[in-house]
Design a protein around this ligand. Structure first.
Ligand code: SF4
Ligand code: SF4
Length: 459
């Protein structure tokens, strides 16, 4: 039998817990399976030390369980190759296609940290029809079983009529061909009404929406000002709360993104309290705390250092947990592909019918022309887009030279953002730096309490 050794993708918690019966429990998080694993004291110590004798002394059933969860792997297994192989495989899948459509490139807001350039342009029916025909061709393709459309902008709700028209075509084509069609939207939320949300969910297959709230009212409205000078906090959160209270969009998952930098870091706790008071501690709502970083624009004045951010974030997450707000303490699934830019089954189409591989190219000054990989008019039927600048990402990681090649988080992160790496920024998600605090939250959520909390037990 091949000797088993601890995976390089296994993180071991640093403290013991008590279960409901008072028994001692330790925990590990295996990122190759995205599993939180209960361990006993001896197993945790053996996995941490990697001592072959200690590992050999473990119960055979425990060996098998840990191997199944990829916490233990065969000595000599090239785990980096296995992980990048899995990411390559996920990225090469053609049965699931995703298209990000920008129905408008204009935005009704002028957020202080936004790196996009917004332009007003008349809707072009011919180009929209070409984009619609491309999505319809994907739905008709016998090799495709799922098509996901993301409505993106600018602010997509400025083009609600276009979204309605195209959605009617997509849902009809999906029904005709017996395929799964789903839609999501990234919106600033300022134009939402309960009726619009219900309609988007019911008629346009919208099952996920992410909007941004950057602080309590006065902070949000200062940072995320509408071009007409009015704030948007009150309206946005009221619409969400009403939609949830009335059950107007029952299957819709709502992500609330909070962009955090030096300017608003001290108001995050107030915001969390406000969200809970407003009724947004709801199973349909997931909180996403995100550190502001550069999208090609200079945010160095306000950007928080990654470790300092992660430390504060751990505290915010504890507050969110106490308030009943929903969030994922640890990634619950491994990454199939890093992002649209790493799979030719994903693409972004702008209002001019240009096709991009990376979502940050269409509206970022200077990047627009370099990022075009094709035009919808030139792509035949459902043919996958040509390769873009970041489709070789797994070669770079697999070669072993990138920071991601040495990172234990890689299976649940995928490298975050190849574009930012290439531009010299650190795009690591906070979990890289605060996984131990997040693991602690996940364990407590399962009903375990710190072993030493009531004076019992030694470490
Ligand atoms: S982006 Fe950061 S956290 Fe993600 S795999 Fe790379 S080094 Fe790790
Ligand atoms: S490379 Fe970065 S910016 Fe581009 S699509 Fe991927 S995650 Fe987004």
């Amino acid at each position: 039998m091949t000797a088993l050794v601890p995976s390089r993708y296994l993180l071991i918690g640093e403290r013991p817990y008590r279960d409901a019966d008072g028994g001692e429990a330790w925990f590990g998080y295996a990122t190759r399976s995205a599993a939180l694993i209960r361990l006993d004291r001896a197993t945790a110590a053996a996995l941490r030390s990697g001592d072959p004798d200690a590992l050999a002394g473990l119960d055979p059933a425990e060996h098998r369980r840990l191997a199944r969860l990829r916490a233990l792997v065969g000595r000599g297994e090239d785990e980096l190759a296995a992980v990048t192989g899995g990411l390559r495989e996920g990225s090469a899948r053609t049965s699931s296609r995703s298209v990000t459509i920008m129905p408008t490139s204009y935005c009704n807001m002028a957020c202080s940290y936004c790196g996009q350039e917004h332009v007003k342009a008349a809707h072009d029916r011919v180009r929209a029809d070409r984009t619609a025909r491309r999505v319809e061709a994907m739905l008709a393709d016998p090799g495709v079983d799922t098509v996901s459309v993301t409505w993106f902008g600018g602010e997509p709700l400025l083009a609600l009529r276009v979204i309605r028209e195209l959605s009617a075509r997509f849902t009809a084509a999906a029904a005709r061909h017996g395929k799964t069609y789903r839609a999501r939207m990234a919106t600033n939320g300022s134009l939402l009404t309960v009726r619009t949300l219900a309609e988007l969910h019911r008629d346009c297959a919208l099952d996920e929406m992410e909007l941004t709230v950057d602080g309590p009212e006065e902070v949000h409205d200062r940072r995320r000002l509408r071009r007409n000078g009015r704030g948007s906090f009150h309206r946005t959160v009221t619409v969400l709360a009403e939609t949830l209270a009335r059950g107007a969009a029952p299957g819709l998952r709502i992500g609330i993104r909070v962009n955090i930098d030096r300017d608003n870091e001290d108001s995050v706790t107030d915001l969390l309290n406000d969200l809970a008071c407003l009724g947004l501690a709801h199973p349909q709502v997931t909180l996403h705390l995100i550190a502001v970083h550069s999208w090609g624009n200079d945010v160095s004045e306000v950007e928080l250092a990654a470790r300092a951010y992660a430390l504060r974030e751990a505290g915010w997450l504890r507050t969110a947990e106490a308030l009943g707000l929903h969030f994922a303490p640890l990634p619950a699934a491994t990454v199939r592909t890093t992002c649209t830019a790493t799979t030719r089954s994903g693409e972004i189409v702008d209002t001019e019918g240009r096709v991009y591989s990376c979502s940050e190219h269409p509206l970022v000054p200077g990047a627009r022309d370099t990022g075009v990989v094709a035009r919808v008019a030139d792509l035949a039927g459902s043919a996958r887009r040509p390769a873009g600048a970041f489709d070789d990402w797994y070669d770079q990681v697999g070669d072993g030279g990138a920071q991601c090649s040495r990172c234990p988080i890689l299976p649940v992160c995928g490298g975050s953002c190849p574009k930012l790496w290439r531009e010299g920024h650190l795009p690591c998600p906070s979990v890289k730096f605060n996984w131990a605090e997040r693991l602690d939250l996940a364990v407590r959520r399962r009903g375990f309490t710190p072993f030493d909390a009531d004076g019992g037990g030694a470490r």
